[in-house]
Design a protein around this ligand. Structure first.
Ligand SMILES: Cc1cc2nc3c(=O)[nH]c(=O)nc-3n(C[C@H](O)[C@H](O)[C@H](O)COP(=O)(O)OP(=O)(O)OC[C@H]3O[C@@H](n4cnc5c(N)ncnc54)[C@H](O)[C@@H]3O)c2cc1C
Length: 375
């Protein structure tokens, strides 16, 4: 008696977060039939818990190349699938001379207009408030994009599911398999190539691959706040702590002075691994964050002191006495000190494609093109 498969396609994608959906998009663009499975009834992982910030301009080297490819594909996907996207760049606020020096050095190294220096008045005009400590200046990072993370992956999945040769199976967990047959919680799927895009849960499926590549979890404290009166913010907003995280800033000579300044002036921010930033959603609410903790298995308990530090900082930048919190959540992404992404072939016919730094929204479409180029 022959095996009966629950689905058959050229490619099986495991995981319907942005990495999986970007790979599904790349597969159909190559004329391949695709099955996408996800263990949940809809995506609720890192791809819906982030800022929706495609942080293109502040990448460097290979990440910048991937981000620039991804930028075009985001805009195309937004138009086809009908989800919000905004080409408004990112506003970087400089509140100390060291921060200003980093921004100026990056601007000088880029083509004119890509990192556009702004006066304090121009920065304030975006925020419509008095920041504390006072703003010295800043820059607009031209090529950054925004999407609404709560909408984008869901609408992209809906659009992909309507394309010929594409099938989604939700609440279907991948359990392994190789050589063209994948085992799932609902039965076997026949696909010449399986591409596993399970993000930080890589270790559940391939513990040795995760350990060999030092892939662990990064946990971030996030919140949604009500917009202070009159705030109509188009760009994403980054601050001095962001300059120490995103490579194009962090690689400037001026960044080492900023790192020393931050360590002595703001140990509270350094202690929680802060990247103080925010984005305003189309409904006006503002996504704010974040902190960073690293562990193989993430402690689920979120410290209120961490949230308070972030909220005080953001209230200061927005020039309000306090923020009105609507929701809080923990986001988790895969992280590795080795490399910002991991494409591997742990078994014949099985590729893993994992973003191992906080840039999955920025590079996934570019990463997907790279994965297919490597096959
Ligand atoms: C708080 C936070 C803020 C961030 N901010 C930004 C940002 O502003 N810009 C940026 O570029 N990046 C940002 N990131 C990073 C970005 O969100 C991630 O890199 C990206 O979403 C990872 O996508 P993914 O598809 O790999 O993971 P996920 O979205 O977590 O998707 C993985 C999917 O795999 C499924 N799955 C897991 N195991 C199985 C299995 N065995 N069988 C079937 N399905 C399975 C899960 O159900 C899930 O839907 C942020 C991340 C966080 C957490």
């Amino acid at each position: 008696m022959g095996t009966s498969f629950i689905a058959e396609s050229d490619v099986l994608i495991v995981g319907a977060g942005i990495v999986g959906l970007a790979h599904a998009s790349a597969a159909i663009a190559r004329g391949l039939t695709v099955t996408v499975i996800d263990r949940d009834a809809r995506a609720v992982g890192a791809s819906v818990r982030n800022f929706g910030h495609c942080c293109v301009t502040a990448q460097s080297g290979q990440l910048l190349d991937l981000a620039l490819v991804a930028r075009e594909k985001w805009l195309d996907a937004s138009q086809k699938a009908g989800f919000f996207s905004l080409e408004a760049g990112a506003l970087t606020i400089a509140r100390t001379p060291a921060e200003l020096a980093v921004v100026e050095e990056l601007a000088a190294s880029r083509e004119p207009g890509q990192v556009a220096l702004l006066t304090a008045t121009e920065v304030r005009s975006h925020l419509s408030a008095d920041a504390n400590p006072p703003i010295l200046g800043g820059a607009l990072l031209r090529d950054d994009l925004r999407v609404d993370p709560r909408e984008a992956v869901g609408k992209l999945a809906d659009w992909l599911a309507r394309q010929p040769g594409v099938r989604f199976l939700w609440q279907t967990s991948y359990q392994g398999g190789s050589d063209g047959v994948a085992l799932t919680s609902r039965g076997e799927i026949r696909a010449e190539r399986t591409i596993v895009c399970v993000g930080h849960d890589l270790d559940y499926l391939f513990p040795d691959l995760a350990a060999d590549n030092q892939v662990e979890r990064c946990g971030l404290q996030m919140a949604l706040i009500a917009a202070p009166l009159g705030l109509a913010l188009r760009p994403a907003v980054l601050t001095g702590t962001s300059m120490l995280r995103y490579p194009a800033f962090a690689e400037t000579a001026a960044a080492s002075t900023l790192a020393m300044e931050m360590a002595s002036a703001r140990p509270d921010l350094v202690e929680i691994g802060a990247n103080v930033m925010f984005t305003q959603r189309p409904d006006g609410t503002v996504i704010v964050g974040d902190s960073h903790r690293y562990a193989t298995t993430m402690d689920p308990f979120q410290g209120e002191a961490t949230s308070s530090t972030l909220f005080d900082e953001i209230a200061g930048i927005l020039g309000v006495p306090s923020v009105k919190v609507i929701q809080r959540w923990q986001g988790i992404y895969a992280s590795s000190v080795r490399a910002p992404f991991l494409i591997a072939e742990p078994l014949p016919g099985v590729t893993t494609a994992i973003v191992t730094s906080g840039v999955g929204m920025t590079i996934s479409f570019g990463l997907a093109a790279k994965t297919f180029d490597l096959l």
